[in-house]
Write a protein that binds this ligand. Structure first.
Ligand code: F6P
Length: 324
């Protein structure tokens, strides 16, 4: 058997569970009798030649840690063909035959171009707290982010109820409302605003008035940062201006990206790392490995961003009943 050389990197926004995934990729590769490099700092690190051989012990004691020990970046240089050429040269210089990229859609675009233009075999593993990747029910980091945000929301509810206040809580999600929807359902939000559906200021203002008329003393609106009505601060200002309704704003921000991964994320990360290595060694390239309907799902990498993953309609219906 030919001993092959793989490389693994984390790229884009960090997500809890990335470490567990790197661990799985490294240990599976070694178990299969091959060797593996870690690329430090995502595509930027690759361009700068920041590669290090990894062994079993390099990935000891990291399964429980948030962030990514390989570091990550959003590389501007790699967005240009010249940057990708340099990256490919680097991989060839180090005799790397297969590149495994753990990240979100921006990172997958980059990986696909590296394959298409430079002929580098790539495999994508979906990791982003946003969960906005087609072809997988869950992305690595999403479950932890929801759990973290929910912890904060439960606390906000306590103070909102004590003071009879309206809170507008902003969660992450530039283009997607997966976190907002799930957190809103679990936190018992009166309203959930997501980028996938049109938000209406008039409707929102009237709804808030109905809540107080119905005797609600405190309420909670969860908004995804990328909602079309604006972020939490903008919405609070609009509601005040148009309806003279006072609210308090809490932006959960990057707290949602940190922390120890949940069991669900650790299992998902371990599974996808294992399957990514297996698929790549069997000759698959330019694909993403995902987990769908309780089994492994592989799709061509471009499909992961070309097809849009819809929000769970059942949850949308559920929330409108439960919040009324
Ligand atoms: O990685 C996804 C994400 O957390 C989005 O939800 C958010 O809009 C964005 O990253 C923030 O990115 P950065 O940390 O680079 O500002």
């Amino acid at each position: 058997m030919d001993k092959r050389k793989l490389a693994v990197m984390t790229s884009g926004g960090d997500a809890p569970g990335m470490n567990a995934c790197v661990r799985s990729v490294v240990r599976t590769t070694l178990h299969e009798g091959h060797s593996i490099f870690g690329i430090y700092g995502g595509y930027e690190g690759l361009i700068n030649g920041e590669l290090m051989p990894l062994n079993r012990h390099s990935v000891s004691n990291i399964i429980q840690k948030g962030g990514t020990f390989l570091k990550t970046s959003r590389s501007e240089t790699f967005k240009h063909k010249s940057g990708r050429r340099r990256a490919a040269e680097m991989l060839k210089e180090w005799n790397v035959e297969i590149l495994i990229v753990i990240g979100g859609d921006g990172s997958f675009h980059g990986a696909h171009y590296l394959y298409e233009e430079q002929g580098i075999p790539v495999i994508g593993i979906p990791a982003t707290i946003d969960n906005d990747i087609y072809g997988t029910d869950l992305t690595i980091g999403y479950d932890t982010a929801v759990t973290t945000a929910l912890n904060s929301i439960d606390k906000i509810r306590d103070t909102a109820a004590s003071h009879n206040r309206l809170f507008i809580v902003e969660v992450m999600g530039r283009n997607a409302g997966f976190i907002a929807l799930e957190v809103g359902i679990c936190g018992g939000a009166e309203e959930i605003l997501v980028p996938e559906t049109k938000s209406d200021l008039k409707k929102l203002g009237e709804q808030i008035k109905t809540w107080s008329k119905a005797g609600k003393k405190s309420s909670l609106i969860v908004v995804a940062e990328g909602d079309d009505l604006g972020n939490a601060n903008t919405i609070a200002n609009k509601v005040k201006e148009a309806y003279n309704i006072k609210s308090h704003v809490c932006v959960l921000g990057h707290t949602q990206r940190g922390g120890s991964p949940t069991a669900t994320d650790r299992v998902l990360a371990s599974r996808l790392g294992f399957h990514a290595v297996k698929e790549s060694l069997s000759g698959q390239e330019d694909i993403m490995v995902g987990w769908k309907d309780n089994s492994l799902n592989t799709i061509p990498l471009p499909e992961s961003w070309e097809k849009k993953k819809p929000l769970d309609q059942d949850l949308m219906d559920l929330y409108s009943v439960l919040s009324s």
